[in-house]
Design a protein around this ligand. Structure first.
Ligand code: BES
Ligand code: ZN
Ligand code: ZN
Length: 515
């Protein structure tokens, strides 16, 4: 059951702040500003000096994502003013603005507001690119409004009081409007893709299984004009994708391999894809015969987040019109224990021809990925990027703010780190390679699927690296960042949609380089 998502209409309006007629006008204010910035003089005057007074009294500090709502502000025609903290001025980043827009939209939502005006960027220093500002604000507002409430009765949706919200970025200077508009459009598309990913990733295992995920991908392909090919279990068997089949063998819902193709204009000539993006989609990971402990096992419905991110990326491409050929690959299985499950001790001949000794059925992500990566390698793409909730060790190493980045190619690594800076999906590079691969050697097969406790994320990456040949490749371990149970002022709980805007920014950079 997927509820119709709330709609957010984004626009950019050339207007003076004090002329806003919105239900809420959100203005950005830096921390430690002893005086009101001059950009707000006219507004403050029309508000009978209320804003300046509050700042002077120190009641509103301007800490990042702090809010105060003012009512009946003097002679103004907007119904409310929301003061929104931007933190310290010299610490300002695009992600500060993205979050502030999310906070504004979420706070407005609790007020049941339909029309929100954003003037968060007004005091932002000129060195910030206006297109990027527009993009960040749109991303924040659109992604901020998403909450997973598909199974709550409509009247109990505490936060869903505005099924439709019109969010307008207010900009007084004509010269700035066009640039902000350009960014706003891109930001809206990217955040919608992120929300689409969260919508699918939040679905529970009894609703979303490999076959239903494949049907969803087909629906997305019809809506966006992507090519979609679903390999069913019988075809996987014919192709020799035995690792994907092994992982899914214990479940009544059989595995699928989903392939989506986006072929942008001017990229029709190149047969080889520019990039193949691969995402792990274990719709539920119980661990299988190597069963996980019961505590928090419910969170393992999020073990499909990598695959869902790939779906989100692909769904945005036809709107963004990048001149690239991009292939999305989503290997999907459900990892359950039963009399038909694969077991510790099994030796699997993978699609690549390499054999793998299974020593732990809970290390299933690398199994399904190794078949998908070997398939990707055959296409001889310019690069392969995979995203996977692969290891608990990555959560221990990096926590919940950065995803782990592994790569066999410095240039690809750099491009992804730049995309991380632009998108706010943070990455941190971790090592892998031949030394770690040693731990993955089996005495009775080419590889084994676990390598001991030490460097668990690095050995997993080394395993994957055996299936990409010489193709530039990056592996992003999103186990710590794909979902959250801590709500923030700017986003709710559940799937985060991590990776969608990251990869889209990477592809955007790539298409600029090519064009
Ligand atoms: N899906 C898990 C990894 C995971 C753990 C994601 C915690 C998110 C939060 C993966 O399939 C797994 O179970 N990995 C094992 C590997 C081990 C058996 C070598 C792990 O990390 O414990
Ligand atoms: Zn597992
Ligand atoms: Zn898993």
């Amino acid at each position: 059951m997927m509820r119709k998502p709330k709609r957010t209409i984004m626009q950019v309006k050339k207007d003076q702040l004090h002329q806003s007629q919105a239900d809420v006008l959100a203005v950005g204010i830096f921390q430690d500003a002893s005086r009101l910035p001059s950009d707000y003089t006219a507004l403050n005057k029309a508000a009978d000096g209320l804003i300046g007074k509050i700042i002077k009294m120190g009641d509103f500090k301007g800490k990042a994502n702090e809010t105060t709502v003012l009512y009946s502000p003097g002679k103004l025609s907007c119904k409310r003013i929301m003061l929104l903290g931007l933190g310290k001025k010299d610490k300002l980043e695009l992600s500060t603005l993205r979050q502030a827009a999310g906070t504004a939209a979420r706070t407005a939502e609790t007020l049941g507001v339909v029309h929100l005006d954003l003037a968060l960027h007004i005091p932002v220093p000129a060195k910030f690119d206006l297109e990027r500002i527009g993009q960040a604000l749109a991303e924040g507002a659109v992604a901020g409004r998403y909450d997973y409430q598909d199974y709550l009765p409509a009247n109990k949706e505490k936060n869903a009081t505005s099924p439709l919200m019109r969010v307008s970025i207010i900009e007084p200077k004509t010269s700035a409007v066009l640039k902000i508009k350009r960014g706003c459009k891109i930001g809206q598309i990217m955040a919608q893709a992120q929300n689409q990913t969260r919508m699918v990733a939040n679905m529970p295992g009894n609703e979303l299984n490999p076959p239903s995920l494949a049907r969803l991908a087909q629906k997305v392909s019809r809506q966006t004009g992507l090519k979609c090919k679903v390999f069913h279990d019988r075809q996987l068997d014919e192709m020799g994708m035995n690792a994907i089949l092994a992982v899914g063998a214990g479940s009544a819902s059989k595995p699928r391999l989903i392939r989506l193709d986006y072929q942008g204009r001017a990229s029709r000539a190149n047969k080889n894809p520019d990039v193949v993006v691969v995402g792990k989609a274990i719709t539920f990971d119980s661990g299988g015969i190597s069963l996980k402990p019961g505590a928090n096992m419910e969170a393992m419905k999020f073990d499909k987040c990598g695959g869902c991110a790939v779906l989100g990326v692909m769904s945005a491409l036809s709107s963004l019109k990048f001149p690239l050929h991009v292939v999305g690959l989503i290997p999907s299985a459900e990892n359950l224990p039963s009399h038909t499950s694969y077991r510790p001790g099994d030796i699997v001949r993978t699609y690549s021809g390499k054999t793998v000794e299974v020593q732990n059925t809970d290390a299933e992500g690398r199994m399904i990925l190794c078949d998908a990566l070997a398939y990707a390698q055959k296409m001889k793409p310019g690069a392969i990027i995979d995203m996977a909730t692969l290891t608990g060790a990555c959560v221990i190493a990096l926590g919940t703010h950065h995803a782990g980045l592994f790569s066999n190619n410095d240039s690809l690594c750099d491009q992804l780190r730049q995309a991380a800076d632009r998108s706010g999906d943070c990455l941190w590079p971790l090592p892998s390679g031949p030394d770690y691969l040693e731990q993955m050697r089996s005495k009775i097969a080419d590889l084994r699927n676990i390598g001991g406790r030490e460097g668990g994320s690095c050995t997993a990456a080394a395993f994957l690296g055996e299936f990409v040949g010489n193709i530039p490749w990056a592996h992003i371990d999103i186990a710590g960042v794909s979902d959250t149970n801590k709500s923030k002022p700017y986003r709710g709980v559940g799937a985060t949609g991590f990776g969608v805007r990251l990869v889209l920014e990477y592809l955007r950079g790539l298409s600029k380089k090519k064009g």
